[in-house]
Design a protein around this ligand. Structure first.
Ligand SMILES: [Zn+2]
Length: 424
């Protein structure tokens, strides 16, 4: 007797099978004739592990237009605007908006989120708010928090002390923003100190790193070196890394093996960076994305992050990781079937690996969290940004969405359009 059986779905690797769930765990992946509390017919549909977002800002989300919009569309105006907003926003407002976003996320099968939380505020109300949200959503979303000194660990006079306080309060990961410190030297020093803090406390590291069009912003080099020195391999990520787009090819040919050797993961955020970067360029205009395929060719783990939804930096977004992968696929020109499938893996299993999620995936013994999509395979899911027909989180159905079929009224043509068109 199972609590739940997902019947006849196609897994991302193409296997067609049933999934049996009991006690919040996947207990069988094989053809099943057993009894179950509920059977979900997924015949012909893709059944995937849940989406994971390794880079988000839940304290700022859904605040677009408060107190005004970002007129220049740049990262720096966004930081200034957030600086104004965080003076006036209340802890309660941050909790309400974050919970609304988590509803959107759950409905889209986004069941694990790493969120940076700004520690440059002496009241730490954002940290308090996000710790409260982490507790409230833990039954259906795994929320991992990063202590993020938005205004610079050294540039802001109390950021260092407040970041340490946030870690003492139970924030999970050490964050930073070396390219925003006053000088390159301060930036490099901040990377060294933050890695030391992580090593001392046994924590992971995720820095906003080189989110700049300046080809000489090379803090990733220091991050790789410090990761190597402290033996933090597999526990460190560099987010954005957009300066790598503009770097000299010879320098990058030395840099990528260093990142690979250190075991540092990369988290590009294609929606936000294609919007923010290159704003000082005329034409030709640079793309705001790091070197994704090139890093993967060196064995570096790369995931796609969302970063922002309806906030001072980005006006659009829904929390759909298929939108993120779709944009990333285009900007990085990952157009072969193998590369498109990899883009799907990046927003699922690669991101889960970056966050260090335990019991993740579709295998016996894993936590019973999965998504049934209105698509035949991962590439079709990307093409359609397919409806999430059913979301199971920790053994329970938490969301359902109807198929995307349209009713057509054209003489001589079918009455229903589905737009699914899987190969074969
Ligand atoms: Zn960010």
């Amino acid at each position: 007797m199972f609590d739940l059986i997902i019947k006849g779905g196609a897994l991302p690797d193409g296997r067609v099978t049933d999934i049996g769930i009991r006690g919040g765990k996947i207990t069988a992946i094989e053809p099943l004739e057993a009894e179950a509390g509920e059977v979900i017919d997924a015949t012909g549909d893709l059944v995937a592990p849940p989406f994971v977002d390794p880079h988000f800002h839940l304290d700022a989300t859904l605040s677009y237009g408060l107190p005004r919009i970002n007129a220049s569309g740049t990262l720096l105006e966004g930081i200034g605007l957030w600086g104004e907003l965080k003076q006036i926003v209340t802890q309660e407002e941050m909790v309400i908006r974050a919970l609304e976003y988590c509803d959107w996320a759950a409905s889209l099968g986004l069941l694990a989120i790493r969120s940076h939380v700004d520690t440059c505020d002496d009241t730490l109300k954002g940290v308090e708010a996000m710790l409260e949200v982490r507790e409230q959503v833990k039954g259906y979303i795994d929320l991992q928090l990063v202590a993020f000194p938005q205004d610079g660990l050294y540039r802001d006079p109390t950021a260092r002390a407040n970041t340490l306080r946030a870690l003492d309060m139970g924030v999970d990961v050490v964050g930073g923003i070396p390219h925003f410190e006053r000088t390159m030297q301060d930036g490099a020093d901040s990377v060294r100190e933050l890695c030391q803090i992580a090593a001392d406390r046994g924590l992971m590291v995720d820095l906003h790193c080189d989110e700049s069009d300046d080809p000489y912003s090379r803090h990733i080099e220091t991050l790789a070196q410090e990761t190597h020195r402290h033996g933090l391999s597999g526990r460190v990520a560099g987010s954005h890394l957009t300066s790598m787009h503009s770097m000299d090819n010879y320098y990058v040919s030395k840099l990528l093996p260093l990142i690979a050797e250190a075991g540092v993961a990369a988290i590009p955020n294609p929606l936000i960076n294609i919007m923010l970067q290159g704003r000082h360029d005329t034409f030709p205009k640079r793309r705001g994305l790091t070197r994704v395929k090139e890093m993967q060719a060196h064995g570096i783990t790369v995931g796609w992050g969302q970063d922002c939804v309806r906030d001072p930096w980005y006006s659009l977004g829904t929390g759909d990781m298929l939108d993120v992968a779709f944009m990333g696929l285009h900007v990085a020109q990952m157009s072969s079937p193998e590369e498109m499938r990899r883009c799907f893996d990046m927003v699922t299993i690669q991101n889960a690996q970056i966050m260090g999620l335990k019991d993740y995936g579709l295998h016996v013994g894993a936590r019973a969290s999965l998504v049934v999509l209105d698509a035949g395979d991962p590439i079709e899911a990307l093409r359609l940004r397919a409806a999430r027909l059913c979301i199971v989180s920790k053994g329970k159905v938490v969301s359902r969405t109807p198929r995307m079929d349209a009713t057509l009224s054209i003489p001589g043509r079918p009455g229903t359009v589905r737009r699914r068109h899987a190969a074969g």
